[in-house]
Design a binder for this molecule. Structure first.
Ligand code: PBG
Length: 325
């Protein structure tokens, strides 16, 4: 037989050569670990997210040390308030749980990058991301509270704020509030492209933030839309966002790629609670190889264009990367 064809396998025979020609590398420096802090001391497991706990401030101190040892460079903090009210006042209280946790982190290890989720849904009884009038989640009135929340995080020492509420104009409101108060150097990572997703199910148990009525479809995006994602991203950049996020991760890698091809700012992807729970459940049954699956997922997200990987697997990934060295 006289065939002409390409020998792609030539570069696959030697492990060293495979590593040398690898196009995408996952690095520990990309990882951001989401974490829930609560007023009750101790560790309180989240049943739908095996391996994820609510941390009292005592355990949070311990966690900071563990993260430093593992080399996880960044966390994103979520708070469980002591009580909820219509104005979400604990979201921006000086002694709020997130504000306390930030100050502790800055005492324990100033090098750990502290990002905060800026949102109201954990802090009001309606469980919505903005102010509620009747059955409406009102946009413009919510902006001042969201901006105040971001400011209170910056005042406590947060290194970066990440608004997830999806109100229009929140980036403009946060940027101007931060700037007016002297926080011109605090970056905003915008959850610019956040879909109304069933993949947040376990998180809502974890954060006790399920909506008391209705759903989030009047503010979070329709999973069917990608052109609209570009518009959201353009608005947030124009308003002053420094970095953009796509959330969830796996059903939306085309959206991540679309943003990557269009914008030159750093991009984050959020590998959300439902995605985590699915992997954990299958792994517990022995149906998949968790470690291989997790690393393949992180590689895929990086290949699709993510600079920052927000994932509940962050500590595992840090361990795997160290062992693989
Ligand atoms: C709060 C918020 C949510 C998540 C991050 N910030 C939940 C929601 O919008 O309902 C989801 C995180 C996850 O599922 O892991 N607005």
């Amino acid at each position: 037989m006289d065939l002409t064809f390409d020998r792609h396998r030539r570069l696959r025979n030697h492990a060293g050569l495979r590593a040398m020609v690898r196009e995408t590398r996952v690095s520990v420096s990309q990882l951001m670990y989401p974490l829930f802090v609560t007023h009750a001391p101790g560790r309180h497991p989240v049943s739908s997210m095996p391996g994820v706990d609510h941390l009292g401030l005592d355990e949070w101190r311990r966690e900071i040390v563990e993260l430093s040892e593992l080399g996880v460079p960044a966390v994103i903090l979520f708070g469980l308030p002591a009580s909820k009210d219509d104005l979400s006042s604990e979201a921006y209280a000086k002694e709020g749980i997130v504000q306390q946790a930030i100050r502790i982190a800055k005492q324990e290890n100033p090098d750990l990058l502290i990002a905060t989720d800026v949102c109201l849904c954990q802090y009001n009884p309606a469980g919505h991301c903005g102010i509620v009038h009747g059955d409406q989640i009102v946009n413009d009135e919510s902006l001042a509270l969201i901006a105040q929340t971001a400011l209170s995080h910056a005042e406590a020492g947060a290194d970066l704020v990440a608004p997830s509420d999806m109100m229009d104009g929140r980036i403009a409101a946060i940027r101007s509030t931060l700037d007016q108060n002297g926080y011109t150097q605090t970056p905003i990572l915008s959850y610019a492209v956040k879909y109304a997703s069933a993949f947040y199910g376990p998180f809502r148990e974890a954060a006790d933030s399920a909506p008391a009525f209705g759903d989030r479809k009047t503010y979070q995006m329709d999973p069917a839309n990608v052109r609209e994602a570009i518009l959201e991203a353009e608005s947030d950049l124009a308003e002053g966002a420094d970095m953009l996020m796509v959330k969830p991760a796996f059903a939306y890698m085309d959206v991540l790629r679309a943003l990557r091809d269009r914008f030159d700012v750093p991009l984050a992807t959020y590998n959300v609670s439902g995605e985590y729970a699915m992997v954990k459940a299958a792994a517990q049954r022995g149906w998949i190889d968790e470690r291989a699956i997790v690393m393949e997922m992180m590689t895929g997200l990086t290949r699709a264009g993510a600079d920052i990987l927000i994932t509940y697997f962050a500590k595992d990934v840090a361990r795997y990367l160290r062992e693989d060295r």
